[in-house]
Ligand binder design. Structure first.
Ligand SMILES: *[C@@H]1O[C@H](CO)[C@@H](O)[C@H](O)[C@H]1NC(C)=O
Ligand SMILES: *[C@@H]1O[C@H](CO)[C@@H](O)[C@H](O)[C@H]1NC(C)=O
Ligand SMILES: *[C@@H]1O[C@H](CO)[C@@H](O)[C@H](O)[C@H]1NC(C)=O
Ligand SMILES: *[C@@H]1O[C@H](CO)[C@@H](O)[C@H](O)[C@H]1NC(C)=O
Ligand SMILES: *[C@@H]1O[C@H](CO)[C@@H](O)[C@H](O)[C@H]1NC(C)=O
Ligand SMILES: *[C@@H]1O[C@H](CO)[C@@H](O)[C@H](O)[C@H]1NC(C)=O
Length: 529
């Protein structure tokens, strides 16, 4: 068997237990004589960078061990109280809610780390905003809201996972590669054969290696006899029956324990204008704008970012005027595919270039849409492996996002929107970090050749609550969200904070509804037009 081994810094392995997770696929230096073992290719700084980012997140993970459900945080036993209540609230005032957390036995929790989600909202106004959670690390939390609009405002705080669940999710995710089982389809003119694929294969059989040496990306398939590795044409995946959770941990992730409301001890809050003047006219949001969290709010289903203006790009006319003469490259997953579908299938402002290759394709196929009158070109392409999908998809013209970006000429009439995350959730965090760093480098290269290209990072959105939490929990998405912001912070890219919007909107769906999608698109195009 050919064995792949990541290089690592021995010291780090010894001092940081977590490094064992990172590099657990290689217990001892492997005898593999491939390119990665050659001295010249040994890039310590890459691994150090991945390690540092990993450890940064690791420090924020609660260190708890538990043995019984009774000792875990209970949403219904916990309480949300209004801090320093006032008789009158004015638009623009801060509002702070204190959370006192208890376990199922009614004992006060004495440590933090719970994964919480907070919003204020006024249903009659279609208004809402996320809250920022401050963990005091002793079972008490402060939730910071801003009263952005006038009206009757309600508060909602959900316990997504208790800290015991957070610790289990993090540990499980970094423990190995058993969550998803990939199957590769190898095809020749006369024969089709299926073999197991993945980031790590425990096998004595011959293995096909699919590597990107420059970016240190890798994926493997068991090699079918008498087929060249190049005969791999399609891939699919299923969730395995494997779990890294113990029986007691598993109970934490029963649907009944996910996203449970923490009871309020107060009434909705009446917010008045208080004769305050509306603030001065703001500039439109620029690429370099960095938003706090929350970074805006919904009012009448329109997103108002803080400190700058978003322009509406809701109608077909508004969008075609913006995109006239432009090329748009969307690289990512089905949440970004919603953009091109919106332009073609909902607004009808462009037509698909219809691929009619006579072969097995599924929704993951590359989409191209064109408006000939206005010279608009839009392309969506998947970010490549790992892609989680029961249906087989073609990998014939696949390339990692970084390689796809390398193929874009760029320039003032090019917009690149990248999203990464939903399909990375079931895999060790180091894989996500490496992928994000590779994309960052590709964007830096793009800026060298075409500095005036518009590049936008669409952060991943919150999703459904009735899913397999071990693999797809929003907590996995949250750590990715945090590290992605960090990795791209100082680049000349714009952020579209889909997490902030979907928490505020409480869309709770992998594909946010039209009202949210319109605002995601408006935010993207505001940076450009
Ligand atoms: C945890 O729960 C068990 C079972 O209800 C209880 O006996 C024990 O005292 C609790 N432990 C702590 C540290 O609260
Ligand atoms: C809120 O938005 C929904 C979805 O667009 C719409 O159906 C509903 O009428 C709106 N409600 C109010 C009070 O504006
Ligand atoms: C939790 O910590 C905060 C800040 O240190 C402190 O003010 C508060 O009294 C503590 N609460 C409890 C219940 O220990
Ligand atoms: C998981 O278990 C079920 C029930 O035993 C079985 O039908 C299914 O094929 C298994 N899935 C995998 C991926 O092994
Ligand atoms: C799991 O959740 C379901 C419904 O959400 C509930 O009926 C069931 O009692 C829960 N099971 C456990 C072990 O808590
Ligand atoms: C694309 O081509 C297929 C097969 O010719 C056809 O069924 C389908 O309607 C076409 N789709 C569009 C959007 O033109």
């Amino acid at each position: 068997m050919v064995k792949y081994c990541l290089h690592y810094n021995q010291e780090l392995v010894e001092v940081e237990r977590i490094a064992v997770y990172l590099f657990q696929i290689c217990k001892e230096p492997a005898p593999y004589k491939g390119i990665l073992n050659s001295e010249s290719d040994f890039n310590v700084s890459d691994d150090l960078q991945i390690n540092q980012l990993f450890n940064k997140m690791q420090k924020r993970i609660p260190k708890v061990t538990f043995t019984h459900m009774d000792n875990t945080t209970s949403a219904t036993k916990s309480r949300a109280i209004l801090l320093n209540p006032k008789n009158e609230y004015c638009k623009g005032d801060p509002l702070t809610v204190q959370l006192n957390m208890y376990d199922f036995l009614g004992n006060r929790k004495e440590y933090g780390g719970d994964f919480l989600r907070a919003k204020i909202y006024s249903p009659g106004l279609n208004a809402s905003a996320s809250g920022r959670i401050e963990d005091l690390s002793n079972g008490t939390y402060l939730v910071h809201f801003n009263l952005f609009w006038e009206g009757l405002v309600e508060v909602s705080v959900l316990l997504m996972h208790p800290s015991e669940g957070v610790a289990a999710l993090w540990r499980a995710r970094n423990e190995g590669y058993e969550n998803i089982i990939y199957t590769g389809m190898f095809t020749t003119a006369t024969e089709t054969i299926y073999r197991k694929c993945g980031f790590h294969l425990d096998t004595m059989d011959d293995v096909c290696e699919y590597r990107d040496q420059r970016d240190k990306e890798y994926f493997f398939c068991i090699k079918p006899p008498n087929f060249p590795c190049e005969a791999l044409t399609h891939m699919n995946s299923v969730n395995s029956n494997h779990t890294y959770f113990s029986d007691v941990e598993e109970r934490l992730f029963n649907r009944s324990n996910i996203g449970v409301e923490i009871p309020n001890s107060f009434q909705p809050i009446r917010v008045s204008g208080c004769n305050k003047k509306d603030t001065a006219v703001q500039e439109k949001c620029k690429i370099r704008t960095r938003f706090p969290f929350p970074g805006g709010y919904f009012l009448h289903n329109i997103w108002y970012p803080l400190g700058c203006n978003m322009h509406p790009f809701k109608t077909g006319e508004q969008i075609t005027n913006c995109l006239q003469g432009k090329k748009v490259f969307l690289i990512g997953d089905s949440t970004l595919r919603q953009f091109i579908k919106h332009f073609t299938e909902t607004l009808n402002i462009m037509k698909y270039f219809n691929h009619t290759e006579n072969e097995l394709q599924s929704w993951q196929k590359t989409l191209v849409a064109i408006n000939m009158d206005k010279n608009i070109f839009v392309q969506w392409k998947k970010h490549s492996l790992p892609f989680v999908s029961k249906t087989f998809y073609s990998v014939k013209d696949d390339a990692y996002a970084a390689r796809q970006i390398d193929q874009i000429g760029g320039g003032q009439n090019t917009i690149l929107v990248v999203t990464l995350g939903q399909h990375l959730r079931p895999f060790p965090f180091s894989i996500f970090i490496k992928r994000a760093i590779n994309i960052r480098r590709a964007i830096e290269r793009l800026f060298h050749r075409s500095p005036d290209t518009t590049v936008i990072i669409k952060e991943e959105n919150a999703r459904d609550m009735d899913i397999d939490m071990e693999r797809f929990s929003d907590f996995h998405g949250y750590v990715q969200y945090v590290i992605l912001k960090e990795i791209f912070r100082d680049l000349n890219v714009g952020f579209v904070d889909a997490l902030d919007m979907t928490i505020a909107y409480a869309s709770n769906a992998i594909h946010p509804p039209l009202e949210v999608l319109e605002n995601l698109i408006s935010m993207c195009l505001t940076y450009f037009c």
